[in-house]
Design a binder for this molecule. Structure first.
Ligand code: KIV
Ligand code: ZN
Length: 520
């Protein structure tokens, strides 16, 4: 068993973030280009070693996202996913070729179940496809990662043989996915140990692991694999991903940091950026984090029981195994009031890490003044929501203008809405079953569409009845899902903005068609 001793040299575990690829495969989590770019820049600043930006052959949107992310990322390697076919691999390379450090990640299933039922290929055919795909990828790109999909349910001798051949063909990272989240930690330890002991050329590659959370064991399995010899962990912010999700980045990173006494490893993640990453992702996807989620949940550092509060006041270590500051949590601070000037506002934006150009700062300042007039106390979270809202709606071709609503217990509830479409003001009066319904009906009458409302969610940005509302609206059209966001002290205005934002995103999606259906 590996244990750490004081003063011992720590081995580096590479963090491979797949929030923009596997994370995006969560139903309702799709992100547009601008959102992926914001996430990519944040992840790059946070210190991830590799970020998987998408599956280039999946759609024009995915291709563009990988290509644009490749152009902006400065420090991390950028990976694009590809099945084993040559067309997939070439499309991935085409998207990645501008990256400073590109990586092609190619995969094929190796378990009996997947080979027989999904691929309808024999083990020999799969083995040949591995050699062909990895060699082809390696001819295009120096850095190739190969994954045996459903690796943990693959027959052990065949897994060792495939891994050896992939390394021989040029893969320098071998990623073992627990695709269906089936494995137990001890079992995964044995699988990784077997690869280390039985594959003769394993020293020429880094072993990576990619765990799904169907039994709630994704992080435990990842840590177990690291103890057995894996040196790259694939994970996502907030643990989003297919079905029950992927191993969560923040839990792996903090697990390694907090328990260095047991595990002599570290990562290059700037842990103070963890909360920011979690909040950025939630606001982009509209997926709220469960309050009791480890590290990033709203209650992760809250102490309710009197006996705990008393202990924490006497010594934080009594009930806290890491400090809230170490993951970037700070007390909500009262920032500015209606008398605060431009200079103080600009300083605050800098402190909060909001990088805006001069014009955008000016516009945000005007909105801040309006907010300070409506709201007694303006907090950091208010400023962040305001800036995000400004960025979300800046480039829209359909824009919210004004809304006046008649609500109350005696109907009908009515909405008078004005919107601007490509510079032209359009107005509509509609009734509905409640003020939100009336508002959405007015929007639909101005912009007719066939999208279905899948989610309508309201969060208060801070406490108090004057808090800003952050609204998420999820729309679905022809199997494509988008999340719209809006923030305002008026919940109905925030709702209208969120709905309009979703319609803008759908229009964007309609212009990009998916050439192929994918099964990964
Ligand atoms: O879960 C999985 O098997 C995957 C592979 C494509 C790596 O996401
Ligand atoms: Zn996966």
């Amino acid at each position: 068993m590996i244990t750490g001793t004081p003063g011992q040299q720590l081995q580096r575990i590479k963090i491979f973030d797949t929030t923009m690829r596997d994370g995006e495969q969560s139903p309702g989590c799709s992100m547009n280009l601008e959102e992926k770019l914001r996430i990519a820049e944040y992840l790059d600043g946070m210190g991830v070693d590799v970020m998987e930006a998408g599956f280039p052959i999946a759609s024009v949107g995915d291709f563009e996202a990988v290509s644009e992310v490749s152009k902006v990322v400065k420090n991390a390697k950028v990976a694009g996913l590809a099945r084993s076919g040559r067309k997939d691999i070439e499309r991935a390379w085409e998207a990645l070729k501008h990256a400073k450090q590109p990586r092609i990640h190619t995969f094929i299933s190796t378990s009996p179940l997947h080979m027989q039922h999904k691929l309808q290929m024999t083990p020999e055919q799969v083995h040949s496809a591995i050699i062909d795909s990895v060699s082809h990828a390696r001819n295009l790109c120096d850095d190739v990662e190969w994954s045996p999909e459903d690796g943990t349910r693959t027959e052990r001798d065949f897994l060792c043989r495939c891994v050896e051949s992939a390394i021989k063909a040029g893969a320098s990272t071998i990623n073992i996915p627990d695709t269906v989240g089936y494995t137990m930690p001890d079992e995964f330890f044995d699988i990784i140990s077997a690869l280390c002991n039985r594959v003769p050329n394993i020293d020429k590659a880094i072993i990576s692991v990619h765990c799904h959370n169907d039994l709630g064991l994704a992080v435990a399995n990842t840590l177990s694999a690291i103890r057995a010899g894996a040196r790259q962990a694939e994970c996502t912010i907030n643990g989003i991903g297919e079905r029950a999700g992927n191993a969560s980045l923040e839990e792996i990173v903090m697990g390694l940091k907090v328990r260095q006494d047991l595990m002599p490893f570290d990562t290059s993640i700037v842990t103070k950026k963890i909360i920011g990453a979690s909040r950025l992702l939630s606001s982009v996807t509209g997926f709220a984090v469960q309050p009791n989620k480890a590290i990033v949940g709203a209650n992760a550092f809250a102490h309710e029981a009197g006996i705990h509060q008393d202990g924490v006041l006497k010594h934080a270590g009594t009930y806290e195994i890491m400090t809230p500051e170490s993951v970037g949590l700070t007390q909500s601070s009262l920032v500015l009031g209606k008398h605060s000037g431009r200079h103080a506002f600009r300083d605050k934006l800098e402190q909060l890490g909001c990088q805006l150009g001069d014009n955008a700062i000016q516009e945000a300042f005007v909105r801040f003044k309006a907010l300070a007039d409506k709201k007694k106390d303006v907090y950091d979270e208010d400023i962040i929501a305001l800036v995000k809202d400004e960025m979300t709606h800046a480039a829209e071709s359909i824009k919210f203008s004004t809304l006046h609503v008649i609500a109350g217990s005696t109907g009908p509830q009515k909405a008078y809405l004005e919107m601007e479409i490509d510079g032209v003001i359009c107005s509509q009066e509609s009734t509905g079953d409640g003020p939100v319904d009336a508002t959405f009906n007015a929007i639909s009458e101005i912009v007719p569409h066939s999208a279905r409302l899948q989610l309508y969610q309201v969060h208060a940005v801070t406490e108090g009845t004057d808090a800003q509302a952050q609204v998420t609206v999820r729309l679905e059209e022809d199997g494509k899902t988008v999340n719209g966001q809006g923030a305002d002290t008026d919940t109905l205005v925030a709702s209208a903005k969120a709905y309009i934002n979703a319609l803008n995103k759908l229009a964007d999606k309609r212009s990009k068609t998916a050439p192929e259906m994918l099964s990964a």
